[in-house]
Design a protein around this ligand. Structure first.
Ligand SMILES: CC(C)(COP(=O)(O)OP(=O)(O)OC[C@H]1O[C@@H](n2cnc3c(N)ncnc32)[C@H](O)[C@@H]1OP(=O)(O)O)[C@@H](O)C(=O)NCCC(=O)NCCS
Length: 254
């Protein structure tokens, strides 16, 4: 059993410029009423929710987006429904009229929401699935050096290695906000289980890799997740480096 790092959030939330907050949200809460959806989400979100074929997927989507609105509104001191979003040219959602950076990811029963001030941030969570042909997917999506690191793993460590790589690559791409116009083999991440999460190399500009911090997030034993944060001052004075705070959204529900 791994240590649970997720803490009960304080009533008054302060997000300092050197902090990154990541929230874990449990999504499987059962039915949500149409009235609740209408009072919580925007018309566009409600319309997206209505398009899900399965109720369970709709419920998870609704909770993830309701949690996103709740969390962001608490940093910004406004009503959740007052928030408006737009997307950049590559599809990354952004807040309209606010500087706060955020990113959302959901998989199975969990969503993660990352927030930061003045740092691009991306997050990815994946449910570990053994049924996939991981080697052929790795062959298609990983860079040559990631692929050789992955292929060198013993069979029993391959699933964790695979999802370490996938979530770190996704978190970095999502943070950059350039979609897949940022080629998957233009950078290498670490993936070997129990080794630190690192953006090893970026091409064509190797200096870019130094400006990013990657971190593994332990959400649940069946999930793997990562957060990527732009950190323009990778060697800050003592005590002023990037600080991660992990909050459990469920621990404050009354
Ligand atoms: C669009 C993309 C973000 C999908 O990611 P995903 O893992 O399926 O989904 P996640 O749950 O992590 O993220 C979805 C959320 O990210 C946000 N998002 C959507 N587009 C985004 C973008 N271009 N950049 C950053 N965030 C984005 C949204 O909030 C979205 O939530 P919503 O759909 O409920 O509105 C994108 O990264 C993608 O399609 N990647 C391709 C997958 C791939 O080839 N990965 C290779 C890894 S080796």
């Amino acid at each position: 059993m791994q240590k649970d790092d997720w803490m009960t959030p304080p009533n008054i939330l302060v997000l300092q410029p050197n902090q990154v907050h990541v929230w874990r949200v449990f999504l499987d809460r059962g039915p949500v009423s149409a009235q609740w959806i209408e009072s919580t989400l925007s018309a566009e979100e409600a319309e997206r929710a209505a398009r899900f074929h399965f109720d369970r997927d709709r419920q998870r989507f609704v909770i993830a987006h309701a949690a996103l609105r709740d969390i962001l509104s608490r940093y910004l001191g406004c009503r959740p429904k007052a928030l408006t979003f737009s997307v950049n040219s590559y599809g990354k959602p952004e807040l309209t009229n606010h500087e706060l950076e955020f990113n959302l990811s959901h998989s199975g029963d969990y969503a993660l929401i990352a927030a930061a001030r003045g740092h691009k941030v991306g997050v990815d969570v994946e449910h570990i699935r053994m049924d996939k042909d991981l080697e052929s997917i790795a062959n298609r999506f990983f860079s040559p050096s990631e692929l050789s690191e992955f292929m060198a793993l013993p069979p029993e460590r391959k699933a964790v290695g695979f999802f370490n790589c996938w979530t770190r690559k996704e978190a970095y791409i999502k943070a950059q906000g350039l979609g897949l116009s940022l080629s998957l083999d233009s950078f290498d991440v670490s993936l070997t289980p129990n080794e630190p999460a690192i953006l090893r190399t970026t091409r064509p500009n190797p200096a870019e890799s130094v400006r990013w911090a990657l971190r593994l997030l332990v959400v649940h034993s069946d999930y793997i997740a990562a957060v990527a944060v732009e950190d323009a001052t990778p060697s800050p004075p003592e005590g002023q480096g990037l600080e991660f705070r992990l909050w459990d959204w469920d621990r404050q529900i009354k």
